[in-house]
Design a protein around this ligand. Structure first.
Ligand SMILES: *Cc1c(COP(=O)(O)O)cnc(C)c1O
Length: 382
């Protein structure tokens, strides 16, 4: 099933959509490039480009990005078939030897993070001319993917001896680049290996890119920065960093209720009116990707004016306060996040992170693309 794409906002059916602003995406890419001006950029477009549409984002950055990084071989193949020519890095590598012929045929780069993958490389039969660029991932303390630093030298020797090895790079990933611990301990384990290494080196995700310039190296791997949200909200907001939100999530008021003191709103009656109120029912719920744990008081913007969520989020609807907005009513546009309400504020209120909110945008929410004109070509299919 693919997502409906609308050219006009709010057609005759359910009034909800996400606007994806490709000019903002490009602005954020350029801003990221300013922050890491000595490095090449793998634009991270995993998880359907953090909910923004992988083909749309790849085309939106096709003349800018040095490379794209993602997870699924199928997605990488779609990018190649759509004419994307720059390096594409599979961040989790390959999951069996069977993937390798396609990886070679499509000129994809792969992360090698476990010894079994090296066995598969050595056992696999490829055309004599096939060369696959590899990035060896070192586990410097996150303990998710990667080989221990002590094995790096022997593993690199094995990779160099593999007849189909293309250029070999070295990478690691930080567990706490956005947090108190920062990158020091992991950086100290990785730096000696990187210093002796003659190929490309990559360490930084968005938070490390922003906070720790010593991690920039040859390639940085920003994801969330490109989508206009802060990777480390405790340190800097998106606007502090000079980013523009790419996704604006909007729906309309489809009913208006009047409450008297003591009346309650929504499932469980979680909000009780203390005075006479006007409440708008909005065509957006958790099945659209709005976080179910957002409490009363979470900000929204109604026709550009900030207001607040009332009561529990239901599957298909939420309630918002219209009491101070006499002009607002049926048909008013409610921004759930985007321009007037930042993704980061909503994430914080809902007890989650900006990443989860955008990734969770539901397939049933149509997308409206904005500012495609500055982009050479774009897919209409996701
Ligand atoms: C997801 C991911 C990134 C991007 O992370 P952001 O925090 O969005 O910048 C970078 N590197 C790896 C290995 C990842 O899995």
């Amino acid at each position: 099933m693919s997502r409906p794409v609308h050219t006009e906002p709010f057609p005759l059916f359910r009034p909800i959509h996400a606007r994806i602003d490709l000019a903002a995406l490009r602005h954020n890419y350029l801003r990221t490039r300013e922050l890491a001006c000595r490095s090449k950029i793998w634009a991270v477009i995993k998880a359907n480009a953090y909910g923004h549409g992988i083909m749309r984002v790849a085309h939106g950055l096709s003349d800018l990005a040095d490379g794209f990084a993602l997870l699924d071989l199928e997605d990488a193949v779609r990018l190649r078939e759509a004419g994307i020519r720059q390096p594409i890095l599979l961040l989790e590598g390959f999951f069996s030897a069977r993937d390798l012929p396609e990886i070679a045929a499509r000129s994809l780069s792969v992360v090698v993070h476990t010894l079994e993958q090296i066995d598969w490389l050595e056992a696999c039969e490829l055309d004599a001319a096939a060369r696959i660029p590899l990035f060896l991932k070192i586990n410097t303390g996150m303990n998710r993917l990667g080989i221990p630093p002590a094995l790096a030298a022997t593993v690199l020797a094995r990779l160099r001896a593999w007849p189909h090895a293309g250029p070999i790079g070295l990478m690691t990933h930080f567990a706490d680049a956005d947090g108190e611990r920062g990158v020091d301990a992991q950086f100290a384990r990785f730096a000696p290996l990187a210093a002796q290494f003659d190929g490309p080196v990559s360490m930084a995700n968005s938070a490390a890119l922003l906070r720790f310039p010593q991690t920039h190296a040859d390639w940085v791997r920003p994801g969330i920065l490109l989508y206009g949200a802060s990777p480390a909200t405790a340190h800097a907001t998106a606007s502090d960093i000079g980013l523009k939100p790419v996704m604006r999530f909007e729906a309309r008021v489809i009913a208006v209720q009047r409450l008297e003191p003591g009346d309650r709103v929504g499932y469980g009656g979680m909000y009780t009116a203390e005075k006479s109120m006007r409440v708008g029912t909005v065509a957006c719920g958790y099945a659209d990707g709005y976080p179910r744990h957002a409490p009363s008081g979470t900000p929204v913007a109604v026709d550009g004016h900030r207001s607040r969520l009332l009561g529990r989020v239901s599957m298909d609807m939420i309630a918002v306060d219209l009491s101070d907005l006499p002009q607002a009513g049926l048909g008013s546009v409610v921004e759930l996040w985007g321009e007037h309400v930042s993704l980061d504020e909503v994430a914080q209120r809902a007890g989650t992170v900006n990443y989860e909110l955008v990734c969770a945008l539901a397939l049933r929410v149509p997308v409206v693309e904005m500012n495609r004109q500055c982009v050479p070509q774009a897919s209409r299919t996701d």
